[in-house]
Every structure is written in structure tokens, then in C-alpha cells.
Design a protein around this ligand. Structure first.
Ligand SMILES: [Zn+2]
Ligand SMILES: [Zn+2]
Length: 314
């Protein structure tokens, strides 16, 4: 996810003003059965509202925050809320997974920040587990100047502490590739495989690949050769079956710029071809794929982006 999406915070934009009126006009997608495709979806109004939204647009997959992503902790989910979500999710048949809060930083060398990050991540995992979600996507963390090796060691330590505090959980953690902005780790596929090797319980972990982050980190997804090489590397390092989810985002910034800015599919530096390769790639046939591109309240942009892929879905 981008740190800040300027489009989301401009209240006076004509798109935002038109949102309520357009809400009824967005017709749902017709995604062929078996293909898991959708977008990050808001839980405003209650976690079950994300199902209503995803269903209205015809998504077959969706990503949600399990609490306000800009706050460390939240009051526990009510039992009724959990049951409502689980029942509605099951009835919808939509594949839901979670994304963690941006505040969590397991690479922090500050003991208090590190401890809070571990506690917050445990709390998020508990919520995701309660909701029956299969995994939660998380950014590995930023070392803040301590160096990459120290940062990776710290993250692995944090992940072990989280696993120890959540015995028997089915919900896995999907370490996400990052753009490599500032001192953030996870911008090399090797960082992800290194963490999986370091942790004591590797079966609790998967990865999440984000196209915008990969491209910004220097993996050239604009060319077929670059795409194939990237997927081959991921397969060699941790296996494509360990990729639990894919974030389909074009990139506003050029190859290797190490800045995290998402763009609508086909309107950025990656281009539409890569998204066609992904949806047609048998290695990702059963992998859920979601957009994290700029959107207004009615999410019509998500429908527009996914419609660009419609000709390539079978
Ligand atoms: Zn991002
Ligand atoms: Zn992402």
C-alpha cells in the first residue's frame, strides 16, 4: 500500500463529489469462476461491510485491514461481529485476507517500539484468526540506520516472538516485497527468503508480491524477460507456492526509483502487459490478486482497472 495517496485525501476533487451519485451506477464485474480477483476493500461501518462492498462489485477476492491501520490497538471485535463476518464471508464465497497496520516495525532497534510492534502484530493476528482469514500481509520493517543485517535479525526475532504468542494459529503471515523506500527492508526477494530461513517456524510464513514495489525496487516488470526472471528468482528463493497473495498495482515511479507510489493499471511505468502475463500465468492460477490503486468511495476505479484484465481471464 502507498504511504499516502493524494487522490484519496482531496475532498474537493470532482470524482469524490460525484461518488454518492455514481455508487448505484457501477455495475458488478463478471469474473469467471475459480479466478480470485478484487481489490483492497474498506471496512468502514463494520468489518462485514467489506463483504457487502466486495459483493456489489463482483469481486472474488478482497484485502481488508482488521482494524484502523493508523492506530496501534483497537477494542476487541465483538463476538457477534465475528460471527456475522464469518457467516457472510462463507455465503459470499469471496476470498478475504488481511493487511497489517503501517505502524508495525519489527526492524526497530528501539526496544519500546519493537515490543509495541510485536504486541500490535499479535493483536492483529488474533483478529485475523478470529475472522477466519488465511493470512495477513505485512511489511518486514525499516532498520532506521542500524544496517540491513541487524534489521533482518531483529525482524526474525520479532516474528519468532509473534509465533510464540499465537500457538496453533492457522492464519499465516505473508511478508511483502517493498519498494525499498528509506531504510525499509524487504526490497529484495532475498530479504524475504532470508527471513523465512531465519524464523523457527517457517510453515507460519508466506510472501506477498506487489508489482509496483517490485518494479520500484528494480525488478523490471515492463519487459517479458524481466517478468520471467523475477518470477524464476522468487520460485528459486522461496517457491511460487509460498506466494500467498499478489498486489496488482502499476507504478508511478520508474524502475529502481525505490519510491512507493501506486498507479492505475496500464497508466504507469509497468504497463498493462505485465498484468496480462500475471492473470494468464498458470503459476498464479490459484493465487488471490488484489488492486491497491487510488480509488474513490464507490470504488468505480477498481472496476475500471479490473475490466482492463477481463479480455485475458478464462
Ligand atoms: Zn505500496
Ligand atoms: Zn502492496
Amino acid at each position: 500500500m502507498p504511504k499516502k495517496s493524494p487522490k484519496k485525501t482531496k475532498p474537493a476533487s470532482p470524482v469524490a463529489q460525484a461518488a454518492p451519485a455514481r455508487a448505484a451506477k457501477v455495475s458488478p464485474l463478471e469474473i469467471p469462476p475459480g479466478i480470485l480477483l478484487g481489490a483492497h476493500t474498506s471496512t468502514a461501518g463494520g468489518v462485514s461491510q467489506s463483504i457487502v462492498r466486495a459483493q456489489a462489485l463482483g469481486f472474488t477476492a478482497a484485502q481488508i485491514f482488521v482494524k484502523n491501520n493508523k492506530q496501534w490497538f483497537a477494542p476487541p471485535l465483538a463476538e457477534a461481529e465475528i460471527e456475522e463476518f464469518r457467516a457472510a464471508r462463507k455465503a459470499s464465497g469471496i476470498y478475504f485476507f488481511a493487511h497489517n497496520s503501517y505502524l508495525v516495525n519489527l526492524a526497530s532497534q528501539d526496544p519500546e517500539m519493537f515490543a509495541t510492534s510485536v504486541r500490535a502484530m499479535v493483536a492483529e493476528l488474533e483478529r485475523a484468526e478470529a475472522l477466519g482469514l488465511p493470512f495477513i500481509v505485512m511489511h518486514p520493517g525499516s532498520h532506521g540506520g542500524a544496517g540491513e543485517e541487524a534489521g533482518l535479525r531483529r525482524i526474525a526475532q520479532g516474528l519468532d516472538e509473534i509465533v510464540a504468542a499465537t500457538p496453533g494459529f492457522r492464519c499465516r503471515m505473508a511478508l511483502e516485497i517493498t519498494a525499498g523506500q528509506g531504510t525499509s527492508l524487504g526490497y529484495r526477494l532475498e530479504h524475504l527468503s532470508c527471513l523465512i530461513e531465519k524464523v523457527s517456524s517457517e510453515k507460519r510464513f508466506g510472501t506477498c508480491l506487489d508489482t509496483a514495489h517490485l518494479h520500484a525496487a528494480g525488478y523490471n516488470l515492463h519487459t517479458r524477460e524481466g517478468y520471467e526472471e523475477t518470477v524464476a528468482q522468487a520460485d528459486k528463493l522461496f517457491g511460487t507456492n509460498r506466494v500467498l497473495g499478489l498486489h496488482l498495482n502499476d507504478s508511478k515511479v520508474p524502475l529502481g526509483k525505490k519510491v512507493d507510489r501506486h498507479e492505475h493499471l496500464g497508466q504507469g511505468e509497468i504497463g498493462l502487459d505485465c498484468f496480462q502475463w500475471i492473470v494468464q500465468d498458470p503459476r498464479w492460477a490459484s493465487t488471490p490478486k488484489v488492486l491497491e490503486t487510488p480509488k474513490s468511495e464507490d470504488m468505480h476505479e477498481d472496476v475500471e482497472n479490473l475490466l482492463k484484465l477481463a479480455p485475458y481471464l478464462r
